[in-house]
Design a protein around this ligand. Structure first.
Ligand SMILES: *Cc1c(COP(=O)(O)O)cnc(C)c1O
Length: 379
């Protein structure tokens, strides 16, 4: 099946007891058993719930994976992967990560004895010098947040396979419509479903998708044991959101391109980070591993002052100044003080997250209104 058909149908068949075409919201914690242990696959909703199962099967299908697990947030999904590690283990990851991921690595798991190497992954071969017998996980985000660096998933996966290290990709920025890391050799895909997959800024949720049954069973064990799973109402809302994922993504990409091009011409702007530009340092890799370039971009103003940046960030009328991304509405964000506020200044500035950078999540409103809003805010 092709993507659009999977988005609408995968994991969902009409309810056998009523014929309801839409997956019901199974608002139940428990399920009747004919005799002890004799049930229909559902015992208790922390572990399994039919609305969530439909969503998990749909998510797995969108990533061309075998198994999906939904979590109460993207961070809950990430934390579950980190629970696979033991004291002394080492992780290799990028130096331009989502702030919350950096925080959970350094503030929660480093004190438990896990060592993280935050490195520049532009050249995947540089990973090799950090690999030793303790290396258990390679964690990659691409495109990165917020400087839109592109990491070559296929090259990293070759190294991970050779050295038998688990390779995970945070695919939030691309969405399954633009990029499918499992097809490129990754072992695990993580999503903040909160963003493009949910798409309407009304649900916080995360997901993991894998092919390997043994890995799935291990992750499922933590998921059921710890109970960081979403409820049926949220699962239903995300299933509903996914039905238009392909249409929304097309519109995000179209508007994203027009805005990136307009900003590149603007006299007050020093730099635009967007992987669709031919002069982007890894445009060739982006073209190879993504179907299009998405609606996320960042700009650096010529005026370096925080004052100027705050003034512009507060002058938008259609774009809203808010954290998060991937919804139908356009958002702007000031990473240095908002999403990346938990990263020390010297660490973030090294990768370009400077005070005069703002990130745009281009929504799917009419492009003329978005362009007008940018012009008026910049002037
Ligand atoms: C938002 C985000 C997360 C965290 O997901 P939550 O759903 O907010 O917990 C992780 N990675 C990336 C790239 C994100 O944008």
């Amino acid at each position: 099946m092709k993507f659009a058909t999977k988005a609408i149908h995968a994991g969902q068949s009409p309810d056998p007891s009523t014929g309801a075409v839409m997956t019901p919201i199974y608002q139940t914690t428990t399920y009747v058993q004919a005799s002890p242990g004799d049930h229909k696959g559902y015992e208790y909703s922390r572990g399994t719930n039919p609305t969530r199962t439909a969503l998990e099967n749909c998510l797995a299908a969108l990533e061309n994976g075998q198994h999906g697990l939904a979590f109460s947030s993207g961070m809950a999904a990430t934390e579950t992967v980190l629970k696979l590690l033991r004291p002394g283990d080492e992780v290799i990851t990028g130096n331009d990560l989502y702030g919350g991921t950096y925080r959970i690595f350094t503030k929660l798991f480093e004190p438990l004895g896990i060592k993280f190497h935050f490195i520049d992954l532009a050249n995947p071969e540089s990973i090799r010098q950090y690999i030793n017998e303790k290396t258990k996980l390679i964690w990659v985000e691409t495109p990165t947040n917020p400087t839109m660096q592109i990491i070559d998933i296929e090259s990293v996966s070759k190294i991970a396979k050779e050295t038998e290290i688990l390779f995970a990709v945070d695919n939030t920025f691309a969405s399954p419509y633009l990029q499918n890391p499992l097809d490129l050799g990754a072992d695990l895909v993580m999503h903040s479903v909160t963003k493009y997959i949910g798409g309407h800024s009304d649900v916080v949720m995360g997901a993991l998708i894998v092919n390997d049954k043994e890995l799935y069973d291990q992750l499922f064990f933590y998921y059921n044991a710890c109970g960081n799973t979403p409820g049926p109402q949220d699962s239903f809302l995300v299933l509903r959101g996914i039905k238009t994922l392909h249409l929304r993504m097309k519109a995000h990409c179209e508007n994203g391109r027009k805005i990136a091009e307009a900003l590149k011409q603007h006299p007050k702007i020093e730099k635009v980070y967007w992987p669709g530009f031919e002069d982007h340092t890894r445009h060739d890799i982006a073209k190879k591993q993504m179907h299009d370039f998405g609606g996320m971009l960042s700009v650096v103003f010529k005026d370096k002052s925080l004052e100027n940046t705050f003034k512009i960030a507060s002058s938008f009328k259609v774009f809203s100044l808010a954290e998060s991304l991937g919804g139908v509405e356009s958002l702007i964000n000031h990473p240095a003080t908002m999403t990346h506020g938990s990263i020390p200044k010297d660490v973030r500035e090294k990768v370009g997250v400077v005070d005069n950078l703002i990130r745009l999540s281009v929504g799917i409103e009419d492009i003329d209104d978005l362009l007008d809003d940018l012009q008026q805010a910049l002037s």
